[in-house]
Design a protein around this ligand. Structure first.
Ligand code: TTP
Ligand code: MG
Length: 409
């Protein structure tokens, strides 16, 4: 009925994240209605504590509106370092339970525990342990949604808020979706909700049953995705951050043992080319060249040297290997040769493209997030300028793998 590839996914979302962190840091704020704001003159509420939400204080309200809704509201200026420090600590806690951790935003993460939950007493026990560990380490609450995919895990964590833990199993999905308003689904914002309403589609049940042809004619290819979402189907996997390479190397056992300088050079060139090509392909540059030699009698040793600059140029790698070779007095025939490049950095020539793309995506996502969820608070490109030194509020799309500050005026 649901996903054929049913998995066990946890969505962990901090409760009133910035506000909770501030309340933990300052005991006088605990149990109080607080709103976290930026330091600019035209700042808005980025988070309200649950005590303030009772009075209708919401993310995106300006100070005047918020004070009107809750006159005793205490305003606290955001402290980005505290939130990023907490987020990094959370990542460490999650990774105790599975390597498949995706830090989705500053306070939301997805964990795929399909392969590991049995080691920890099951998915709910993992959820409980995580809640306990976060409380112990940071003194804040979170909500855990457990489901067969990311879409449903996110939905369940929203439903179970605050301080909740809920598991929706494949057999419960249909019942949950039937009367659920489409706007509750992650990714369906105010505009799509409106366009679906025009078609007479209000609930996920109706969306899942709607004819593909109708949805396709209105939404193009995205119509199919919407229909699947209505049924609680989502094929996006947890995207764990790729391991960073430490070195890029190649070695080769030679077709026969050699001693001839020209022959050795030819193989070293080949190996250097393979290393350089791989480094370029993956966008790395390195500064340390390592040459590995194995003699016919299997004695193996390596020599390394530091270049003056980072490179992924085949010729630089080759020159480095030859310099190392020149310093060796060969005492036997060679059976194996290896060349590697280490002390790696991301290639700055490729970086601007990747960085720009990454920033653009992060900003787009942050804008969609705010505009979809808080229709009254419209963000435009003009108000979104990433500035390192200015006292902006950290973006919700901040991740430990890349800091960015988004200025929310
Ligand atoms: P949310 O997950 O939307 O909200 P929350 O954690 O404050 O509350 P809950 O999950 O219990 O409903 O946002 C996470 C953090 O991201 C939030 O604490 C503050 C920050 N944030 C902004 O800085 N700007 C924004 O526009 C939004 C929506 C959030
Ligand atoms: Mg949250």
């Amino acid at each position: 009925m649901v996903n054929i590839m049913s998995r066990i996914i946890l969505c962990i979302d901090m409760d009133a994240f910035f506000a909770s962190v501030e309340q933990k840091a300052n005991p006088r704020l605990r149990g109080k209605a607080i709103g976290v704001i930026g330091s600019g003159a035209r700042t808005v509420i980025t988070t309200a504590s649950y005590e303030a939400r009772k009075f209708g204080v919401k993310t995106g309200m300006n100070i005047w509106e918020a004070k009107k809704a809750c006159p005793h509201l205490i305003l606290v200026i955001a402290n980005n370092a505290r939130y990023t420090h907490t987020c990094k600590g959370l990542e460490e806690i999650y990774s105790r339970f599975t390597p498949d951790v995706e830090i989705y935003s500053i306070d939301e993460a997805f964990l795929d525990v399909t392969a590991t939950h049995h080691l920890f007493g099951g998915p709910e026990e993992i959820g409980r342990s995580i809640k306990r560990s976060i409380k112990e380490a940071f003194g804040i609450n979170c909500t855990v949604g457990i489901a067969p995919n990311i879409l449903l895990a996110k939905l369940v964590s929203d439903i179970a808020k605050p301080d909740g833990l809920r598991w929706i199993k494949p057999e419960d999905v249909e019942g949950l979706m039937e009367d659920l308003p489409v706007k509750e689904l992650w990714g369906i914002g105010a505009k799509i909700t409106e366009r679906l309403a025009v078609l007479g589609i209000r609930t996920c049940g109706e969306l899942g049953r709607a004819p593909s042809s109708l949805l396709r004619s209105k939404f193009g290819i995205y119509g199919e995705t919407l229909k699947a979402m209505g049924k609680g189907i989502c094929s996006r996997h947890v995207q764990a951050k790729p391991e960073d390479a430490r070195s890029i190397g190649h070695s080769m056992t030679l077709p026969r043992d050699i001693r001839e300088r020209k022959e050795i050079e030819a193989y070293l060139f080949k190996l250097s080319e393979m290393v350089g090509r791989r480094a370029r392909k993956h966008g790395y540059m390195g500064k340390t060249i390592v040459l590995v030699i194995r003699y016919a009698d299997f004695e193996t040793f390596s020599r390394q040297s530091m270049l003056l600059d980072f490179t992924n140029d085949t010729h630089d790698v080759y020159e480095g290997a030859i310099t190392l070779l020149n310093g060796i007095h060969l005492k036997d025939k060679i059976r194996l040769l290896g060349v590697s490049l280490s002390t790696l950095i991301h290639d700055p020539h490729q970086l601007p493209l990747i960085e720009e793309e990454r920033k653009r995506k992060a900003v787009l996502r942050a804008m969609d997030y705010v505009n979809d969820r808080y229709g009254e608070f419209k963000l435009t490109w003009g108000s979104y300028i990433a500035r390192e030194r200015e006292a902006g509020v950290i973006s919700p799309s901040w991740k430990p793998s890349g800091v960015k500050s988004v200025h929310l005026k």
